[in-house]
Design a protein around this ligand. Structure first.
Ligand SMILES: [Zn+2]
Length: 310
């Protein structure tokens, strides 16, 4: 067993040492945009440094989906601790993972069946579990969806100070969870302090997880426009700066078309809409003290109010 363990470890170490809701339906129409670090693994087949990945010790119940296309790849029930430094699974979701011969001619590479994203390698007959299979997967190639969010849809909206944006979404019918964070910039793992320096490119963004059998993306888009001044071009209310701009971060062509439809309707009504449309990218969750701010504070927003339009 010790020998097997050492062999497994060596096999991974021998690789090039490179350097990271709701489930959407896999689509080939549009993939999620990736950070340079994500691209180095997912597109250029690199390997994240061992013991550094986000999901190495994650034992929560849920499903792991492809970072690039959101296809479901692995179940948490098939994850085991191999002490190898990367998340390990002894089975994949049927048909989700394709095995191909690695360019090194020795190992077997595993890729997402839907989009071809590089996941890692698969090793057999090492003795870890009765299935004798170890999918050794880079955390950065995956996104974890907790069981509570399965079947839900996740949407992203920026409309100024995220405390105020979240305040209205978290009370909306059909919304299961909300979080505030940052999206759209070029700095990984940004802090609030960094974003306030106005040079990260990030917008204060709210993640909205809703139940599509109760509400819809259209309802979310309407609420977005009805709770802020989408004609303001330099921020929101008294909050001036690039991180306070109005933006819908869409996931896929359907969401983009819905957002465009409502911008069109508002334009017909005579509004000069300043809202930007951008493809959703990595959502960096903000510090805990920003989450559900008004709920814990017991106050109401200074910068957002509800105005019926539709
Ligand atoms: Zn994929």
């Amino acid at each position: 067993m010790v020998i097997l363990f050492a062999a497994g470890f060596f096999t991974m170490c021998a690789q090039r040492n490179q350097k990271e809701t709701a489930i959407k339906h896999p689509s080939t129409m549009q993939y999620n945009s990736l950070t340079p670090e994500e691209e180095s693994v997912i597109i250029h087949k690199g390997t994240e440094r061992p013991y550094t990945g986000e999901y190495l010790n994650n034992t929560a119940e849920g499903v792991y989906v492809c970072k690039r296309c959101d296809a479901k790849l692995y179940r948490s029930s098939d994850k085991f601790d191999s002490h190898c430094g990367w998340p390990s699974f002894d089975d994949e979701i049927e048909g989700a993972v394709k095995r191909v011969r690695d360019a090194d001619g020795r190992r077997t590479e595993i890729i997402c069946s839907n989009c071809g994203a590089h996941l890692g390698h698969v090793f057999l007959d090492e003795g870890y579990t009765p299935r004798q299979t170890r999918h050794c997967v880079n955390s950065i190639s995956l996104k974890f969806v907790p069981a509570s969010q399965e079947g839900m849809t996740t949407a992203y909206f920026a409309s100024g100070c995220f405390w105020g944006t979240e305040y209205f979404f978290m009370k909306a019918p059909g919304v299961k969870e909300t979080s505030v964070g940052f999206m759209g910039g070029h700095v990984e793992n940004p802090t609030y302090e960094q974003v306030c320096q106005k040079n990260t490119g990030h917008l204060e963004t709210t993640e909205v997880v809703f139940d599509p059998s109760v509400t819809s993306y259209e309802e979310m888009v309407k609420l977005f426009f009805e709770t802020h001044d989408f004609t303001q071009t330099n921020g929101q209310g008294p909050d001036i700066g690039p991180q306070y701009l109005s933006c819908i971060f869409y996931s896929g062509e359907t969401e983009k078309a819905i957002a465009e439809k409502y911008i069109g309707l508002l334009t017909e009504k005579g509004y000069k809409v300043a809202t930007m449309l951008k493809p959703a990218s990595t959502f960096w969750k903000a510090e805990d003290y920003h989450q559900q701010y008004y709920k814990y504070k017991g106050t109401t927003p200074y910068c957002h109010k509800y105005t019926k339009i539709f």
